[in-house]
Design a protein around this ligand. Structure first.
Ligand code: PLP
Length: 445
């Protein structure tokens, strides 16, 4: 094999080459089988190699694979926008702006929010408030909003003002308080951040309903998003829910915000929208948010060459149909309960597991030096990386996350198998995880 010229996450590390996938399994070119225990980057939510999806994509490619959105609309994209609108649990219509990734969807949401106010003559209202322990994307705008130290630090001079509010991280509360006596200081901190910036300058607040990679799956307490929505309304600030990781059934609901009785003005999506079968993301925007634009310039000033791509839209449509046909959201909720029972049992026999948390089939495991003091491991111990590598060696793929105060030095991993996972397959994952932690404990103790 010639020298690799492909830029991979670590240039000098060798990665197995994927050959093919089937259901929850991926096979490399050496014939080794891996359980896709994290659906890649929490993406391949219906599993690999599903003939229904491949068939629909082939059908579309025989018609047309690309049209430019300024010249044509196309029926897969139109139909997908309708199906997504039906899937959002709201009285109001949500319009879809299709892009190619979660990061682009965040950028689009930011622009829609800013334009919403500009078209009303409120040109100053252009700041977006976000929280620490958050990840909204790798492009400069979305990274500006992201409280993920590692992904920010090299570019910090180019980024806008960073996150402004504390995360709802009850395991290590920034205010050293306990729910419910805390009065949800973390929600009030968002209002404080809006006030600090001046609400006349703030267009939107963005949050992942359940924090993913930048916190190791953090579920805010009951009532949190109801309060957040109230704060946003009171301050004439739009609420953007980043459902890139949590959307399309991952947490046992179509969108994670449904676990609260709260509604977002704009929903950012990606990953599970096409379950990895094609690159696509979308900013879903309430009709009322679009009204000033519909009555004004009539154009959202954004878009990409591949926006509303018919091939990607056909893949996403097929995925949505497949999810409905096989009731995968209900299955995620059911199998999730089983997974959490097993993970909580694993915690009892594993002193380095500080907390197991999550919803549906999105589970986070935070790893600590001491479960009583919750002291994190030093970063140089690279505990997350060791767990990930050991699992991969044993044929289980899991996803790294950061945890700890403001996501700075703590260790966490994410378990998020495809929503088609069976109990038997969960048992198989658990056997490997047990062996991984036994080995880790032997090394650490
Ligand atoms: N938002 C969240 C919550 C994410 O988890 C991610 C990716 O991990 C993104 C945005 C960015 O999506 P993408 O990697 O598709 O650009």
């Amino acid at each position: 094999m010639k020298k690799s010229l492909l830029i991979k996450p670590f240039l000098t590390k060798s990665y197995p080459a994927a050959s093919y996938g089937s259901g929850i399994y991926i096979y490399d070119t050496e014939g080794k089988r891996y359980i896709d225990g994290s659906s890649g980057a929490v993406t391949a939510s219906i599993g690999h190699g599903i003939p229904d999806i491949i068939g629909k994509m082939e059908e579309q490619s025989k018609k047309i694979s690309f049209v430019y959105r300024s010249q044509f609309t196309n029926s897969p994209a139109e139909l997908l926008a309708h199906k997504i609108n039906e899937a959002v649990n709201s009285e109001e219509n949500y319009w879809s702006f299709f892009v190619n990734s979660g990061s682009e969807a965040t950028e689009t949401a930011m622009k829609i929010a800013i334009q919403h106010f500009q078209e009303q003559g409120l040109f100053q209202k252009n700041k977006i408030i976000s929280r620490w322990m958050s990840y909204h994307g790798i492009t400069m705008g979305s990274l500006s909003l992201s409280g993920h130290k590692l992904r920010r630090e090299k570019f910090v001079t180019l980024l806008e003002d960073g996150p402004n509010a504390e995360a709802p991280y009850c395991y290590r509360c920034s205010f050293h308080m306990e729910y419910p006596e805390c009065n949800m200081m973390c929600a009030l901190d968002i209002e404080r951040a809006i006030k600090r910036a001046g609400n006349e300058n703030v267009a939107a607040f963005i949050a992942e309903p359940i924090i993913g990679a930048a916190g190791g799956v953090i579920v805010p307490p009951p009532g949190y998003y109801e309060q957040v929505q109230e704060i946003c309304k009171k301050n004439n600030v739009l609420f953007i829910a980043d459902e890139v990781m949590t959307g399309f059934g991952r947490t046992g609901k179509m969108f994670a915000l449904e676990h609260w009785t709260s509604e977002a003005d704009i929903i950012v999506t990606g990953k599970g929208l096409s379950a990895g079968y094609a690159p696509i993301g979308a900013a879903l925007c309430k009709e009322s948010v679009l009204h000033p634009v519909l009555n004004g310039s009539k154009s959202i000033m954004s878009g990409h060459t591949f926006s509303a791509n018919p091939q990607s839209a056909a893949a996403a449509l097929a995925v949505l149909d497949y999810m409905n046909k096989h009731q995968l959201i209900e299955k995620a909720s059911l199998q999730g309960k089983y997974l959490f029972r097993k993970l909580k049992k694993l915690k009892q026999s594993t002193p380095v597991i500080g907390e197991v948390r999550g919803k549906g089939l999105l589970a986070g495991i935070e790893l600590v030096c001491n479960p009583v003091s919750k002291k994190p491991f030093p970063r140089k111990a690279a505990v997350t990386e060791r767990v990930i590598n050991k699992a991969q060696q044993k044929g289980l793929l899991i996803y790294p996350a950061t945890a700890g105060e403001r996501g700075y030095e703590g260790d966490a991993v994410i378990i998020a198998p495809p929503l088609i996972v069976t109990r038997k397959e969960i048992d198989e994952m658990m056997t490997i995880l047990q062996a991984v932690f036994q080995e880790l404990l032997q090394e650490l103790c």
